[in-house]
Design a protein around this ligand. Structure first.
Ligand code: SF4
Length: 186
């Protein structure tokens, strides 16, 4: 039997996880890490977590839930709360989540981690790389900075989400993004 290297995959939501977990399973032995204190209200957080659990169970991948503390997220982004998407608010949000993933990888003795965040065309890959690599240096692990939307990754993840019958999200996750998405729809 071939032994594959373990990798911790920070999962932002079930839809983005489908393609990434499938793809990485061919090269690594992944474990999923759901750490998203940005998601509010709590009912939405529970829904996204339950759908991630469904995907992980189907793929036979273990799922670790990080602490859900929206207060810590509020504190981390406070200076930039009123800025829109793709601003310092989001970079601070990436920083918090990728820092927790790097810490969990170090705690679990997993030498490398990555994130599903780059599947979304709404996320800025260069900033994910900056924050992921900084977090990796802080905790003495490596960061796999693959841009998972490439090679048709986003389209594949949408197709797989349909197969899993996942909920279609209409906002990124935080309360400001919910208000911004509602504004765009109006
Ligand atoms: S829009 Fe998304 S990435 Fe940006 S701060 Fe809100 S939850 Fe985080």
């Amino acid at each position: 039997m071939v032994t594959r290297e373990k990798i911790l995959v920070h999962v932002c939501c079930a839809s983005c996880s489908t393609h990434v977990l499938n793809l990485l399973s061919a090269r690594y032995e992944p474990a999923a890490f759901f750490f998203n204190p940005n998601i509010q209200p709590e009912g939405e957080y529970r829904l996204r977590l339950a759908e991630t659990a469904k995907v992980c169970e189907a793929l036979g991948i273990p799922l670790i839930e990080g602490e859900y503390d929206p207060g810590a997220w509020d504190e981390a982004i406070a200076p930039w709360r009123d800025l829109g998407e793709k601003s310092e608010r989001c970079w601070a949000c990436y920083r918090l989540r990728l820092g927790a993933a790097a810490a969990e990888a170090a705690r679990a003795g997993t030498g490398i981690f990555t994130t599903t965040l780059s599947v979304s065309p709404h996320k800025i890959h260069e900033r994910i790389l900056i924050e992921g690599e900084a977090a990796a240096r802080r905790f003495g692990v490596a960061f796999l900075g693959e841009d998972f939307k490439k090679k048709d990754g986003f389209r594949i993840s949408v197709e797989q989400s349909r197969l899993f019958r996942l909920t279609r999200q209409d906002y990124c996750g935080c309360l400001p993004s919910r208000g911004e998405a509602a504004g765009r729809r109006r």
